[in-house]
Write a protein that binds this ligand. Structure first.
Ligand SMILES: Cc1cc2nc3c(=O)[nH]c(=O)nc-3n(C[C@H](O)[C@H](O)[C@H](O)COP(=O)(O)OP(=O)(O)OC[C@H]3O[C@@H](n4cnc5c(N)ncnc54)[C@H](O)[C@@H]3O)c2cc1C
Length: 565
C-alpha cells in the first residue's frame, strides 16, 4: 500500500445504523470515504445464512441449547438471541467488559451492526422531549428543538420507508408514512374503550421501518414490499425492513466513493497538536493483529454509544489528557437508557369469532407518553410510552397419551384473546451513570476494557409502579380479565437503547458536542450515534440518530467547502 491509500476525505467509524447514514451522505456529496468496521463483512442477502430455513432444518428447532445459554447468560437474556440469529450477536466471552454495576450490553459487531437485529420501531421526538431537561431541571438544555431536525426526519423517513398513520398527536409528530399495519380487532376494541374515557391517551398503530407500500426510492435500493414473514432478525432478502446492509451501505457503495474495511478495530483518534484538529485514526486489524493509521479531513464517530465513549476516552493527547473532547470533564458521564422493567398481560373473553395469524411485522399498537406532558402531575419526572399487542394463541391439551394426545396436538383449539404491554420509560441522565476505561485490563488488541456503572433509581421505580397501576386500570376498564402486572428485576442495557456520554449542549463547559454534533474541542470530529444524546425521551432512538447524522454531514461538508474545517 502507498501512503495515499491511507488518506481519505472522511472516515466513518462503525457501519451500523448511524455509520451507514454517515457513509451514504458523505459519499453522495463526493467525499472519498473510508468506513472502518470492527466486525466481519455481511453482504445483503448473501450473508443471511438462515433467512429461508424452516424450523425443522435447525438442529434445535430454533431453541438455544442449554450449554449456549450457560456460556452466554448476558446475551441470552435478549429476546432476539436464538438459534436462527445467534451469528449476528456478540457472545459474552468474545468481547469482555467490566460491570461496575450490572449492565447487559447487547452488541452486534459486523457490517450493519445492530441494524440487522433491531425491532424497527421508529417514532419522532417532539418538543416535549427536547424541552424536557430545561423544563424539569435535569441534564443540560438541548441545543436543538424539533424545528431544527424536522426536515431531516422527513428526509430519512422518505429514504428508509416507515409504515404508520398520521395520528395528529402533539406528543408524537406526524411524518412521511406508508400505509400502517392495522390494529387487530381486540387492539381496536381497546383503542375505542381507552379513547372514550381518556382524552390524552391514544392507542395507535406502531410506526415501523417496514415497506408496506414501497416508493420508487426504496425500489431503487433493490428493496421490495415486506412479505410479513416476521423472520426479520435473520436478515431480510427482500429488504422489507430498513438495515444499513440493504439500504444505506449499498447506496454509498454505488457512488464509487466508499471504501469499506471490515475487521478494523479503531482504538483511538489521532489529535494533531499543531492544527488542533484530528488528523486520523489508529486501527488494529482484527485478523492480522497489526496497527495502522488512516488519515482524513473529517471524522464521524458512529461506533454505538458505549464504544464511541471508549474511543474518545482512549484518544488522549497532550492537550486532552483525559480523552478527546473532554475539556469539560463530562465525557463518559450522564448516560441514560430506557426503563423496560415491567410488563402486563391480561385476557379477553370476547371476540371469539375472530382470530389472528400473528403476522403484523410492526408489532401491534403503541401508546405514546401521556404522563407529565403539559404539567408535572406525578411524583416522578418525565413519562413512559407502552406497546400494546393482542393475539389469540393456539392451545393444545397435552395431558394424556396415545390417540387422545395425538388428536389434541393435531387439532389445537384457539384460546381466549391475550393482550400484553411493556413499559418504555425515560430514565434521567445522572452524573453517576458513567463509562470509564480500565487502567489495568485490556482486550486482545491492547485496548483498555470499558467499565460500565449505570443503574435504575427511585424515579424509575415510581414510574414503573405508575405504569403498572395505569395500565391495569385501563385493561380493567376495557373489560379484560386476569390482569397480571410484572416488575422485572432486570439490569439496564437489555432495552438496548443506551445513550449519552458525549452529550450535546450550548456550553463547552458542560457538554461535549455543539448543536451540529461537532466536538466543541475539535472541529473536524462529529459524534452522531447515541453517545450524543443529552436526554433519552420515551421514543425508540434510532430514527433520531439517523436524522442527526444526515443533518451533521450536511453541515460538516458545507463547512469543509468554506475551508472552516
Ligand atoms: C433486538 C434489538 C431490538 C431493537 N429494537 C429497536 C427498535 O425497535 N427501535 C430502535 O430505534 N432501536 C432499536 N434497537 C436499537 C438499535 O439497534 C440501535 O439504536 C442502533 O443500531 C444504534 O445504531 P448505531 O449506529 O449507534 O450502532 P450499531 O448499529 O450497533 O453500529 C455500530 C457499529 O460500530 C462497530 N464498532 C464498534 N466499535 C468499533 C470500533 N472500535 N472500531 C470500528 N467499528 C466499531 C460495531 O461493530 C457496529 O457495527 C434494537 C436493538 C436490538 C439489538
Amino acid at each position: 500500500m502507498r501512503d495515499k491509500d491511507y488518506i481519505y476525505d472522511a472516515i466513518v467509524i462503525g457501519s451500523g445504523i448511524s455509520g451507514g447514514w454517515a457513509a451514504k451522505e458523505l459519499c453522495e456529496r463526493g467525499l472519498k470515504t473510508l468506513v472502518l468496521e470492527r466486525g466481519r463483512d455481511v453482504t445483503h442477502i448473501k450473508d443471511y445464512p438462515t433467512t429461508n430455513m424452516y424450523p425443522y432444518e435447525f438442529a434445535h428447532r430454533m431453541e438455544l441449547p442449554y450449554a449456549v445459554k450457560q456460556e452466554n447468560p448476558i446475551v441470552s437474556r435478549c429476546y432476539a438471541f436464538r438459534e436462527d440469529t445467534e451469528h449476528f450477536f456478540v457472545k459474552d466471552n468474545e468481547h469482555p467488559y467490566i460491570q461496575d454495576k450490572p449492565f447487559d450490553w447487547i452488541r452486534g459487531y459486523q457490517v450493519g451492526g445492530k441494524s440487522l437485529l433491531w425491532a424497527r420501531q421508529t417514532q419522532r421526538w417532539s418538543d416535549y422531549d427536547f424541552e424536557g431537561p430545561a423544563r424539569d431541571g435535569f441534564a443540560v438544555d438541548w441545543p436543538i428543538r424539533y424545528r431544527d431536525i424536522q426536515s431531516w426526519y422527513d428526509y430519512v423517513e422518505k429514504f428508509i420507508g416507515v409504515s404508520g398513520n398520521n395520528d395528529g398527536l402533539e406528543i408524537l409528530p406526524d411524518g412521511y408514512f406508508q400505509k400502517a399495519y392495522p390494529l387487530n380487532i381486540v387492539e381496536q376494541f381497546f383503542r375505542e374503550k381507552i379513547e372514550s374515557r381518556y382524552s390524552d391517551r391514544h392507542v395507535i398503530s406502531a410506526r415501523c421501518a417496514h415497506l408496506s407500500n414501497p416508493t420508487d426510492v426504496q425500489l431503487g435500493q433493490g428493496r421490495v414490499q415486506c412479505q410479513n414473514r416476521k423472520l426479520c432478525e435473520r436478515g431480510c432478502p427482500f429488504g422489507g425492513y430498513f438495515s444499513s446492509n440493504s439500504s444505506t451501505l449499498p447506496y454509498a457503495a454505488k457512488t464509487g466513493n466508499m471504501t469499506l474495511r471490515p475487521h478494523s478495530v479503531v482504538s483511538s483518534i489521532i489529535f494533531d497538536e499543531a492544527t488542533q484538529k484530528a488528523k486520523g485514526v489508529m486501527v488494529v486489524d482484527a485478523q492480522m493483529n497489526e496497527s495502522m493509521e488512516y488519515h482524513a479531513k473529517l471524522i464521524f464517530v458512529c461506533a454505538s454509544t458505549i464504544n464511541t465513549n471508549l474511543i474518545l476516552l482512549n484518544s488522549t493527547s497532550r492537550t486532552y489528557p483525559t480523552g478527546l473532547g473532554n475539556s469539560s470533564g463530562v465525557l463518559g458521564r450522564y448516560l441514560a437508557f430506557h426503563n423496560y422493567s415491567a410488563n402486563i398481560r391480561a385476557e379477553y373473553e370476547g371476540h371469539l369469532d375472530y382470530r389472528t395469524d400473528g403476522k403484523n411485522p410492526a408489532g401491534g399498537g403503541y401508546i405514546p407518553r401521556f404522563r407529565n406532558v403539559k404539567k408535572q402531575e406525578t411524583a416522578f419526572l418525565r413519562g413512559y410510552a407502552t406497546t400494546v399487542n393482542a393475539s389469540r394463541p393456539e392451545v393444545s391439551d397435552t395431558k394424556g397419551i396415545g390417540d387422545h394426545l395425538r388428536e389434541s396436538l393435531l387439532n389445537p383449539r384457539l384460546g381466549n384473546w391475550r393482550i400484553g404491554s411493556h413499559i418504555m420509560g425515560e430514565t434521567l441522565p445522572k452524573e453517576s451513570n458513567t463509562v470509564t476505561l480500565s487502567e489495568t485490563q485490556k482486550d486482545r488488541w491492547g485496548i483498555p476494557l470499558v467499565r460500565i456503572a449505570i443503574d435504575y433509581d427511585e424515579n424509575d421505580r415510581l414510574m414503573t409502579r405508575d405504569y403498572c397501576d395505569q395500565m391495569s386500570e385501563m385493561f380493567a376498564y376495557a373489560g379484560f380479565k386476569n390482569i397480571e402486572a410484572k416488575v422485572k428485576d432486570q439490569a439496564p442495557g437489555l432495552d438496548i437503547h443506551e445513550m449519552g456520554g458525549a452529550r450535546m449542549g450550548h456550553d463547552p463547559k458542560d457538554s461535549v458536542l455543539n448543536k451540529w454534533n461537532q466536538l466543541h474541542d475539535c472541529k473536524n470530529v462529529f459524534v452522531t450515534d447515541g453517545a450524543c444524546m443529552t436526554s433519552v425521551s420515551t421514543q425508540n432512538p434510532s430514527l433520531t440518530f439517523m436524522a442527526l447524522t444526515a443533518r451533521a454531514v450536511d453541515y460538516a461538508v458545507r463547512e469543509m467547502k468554506k475551508f472552516d474545517l
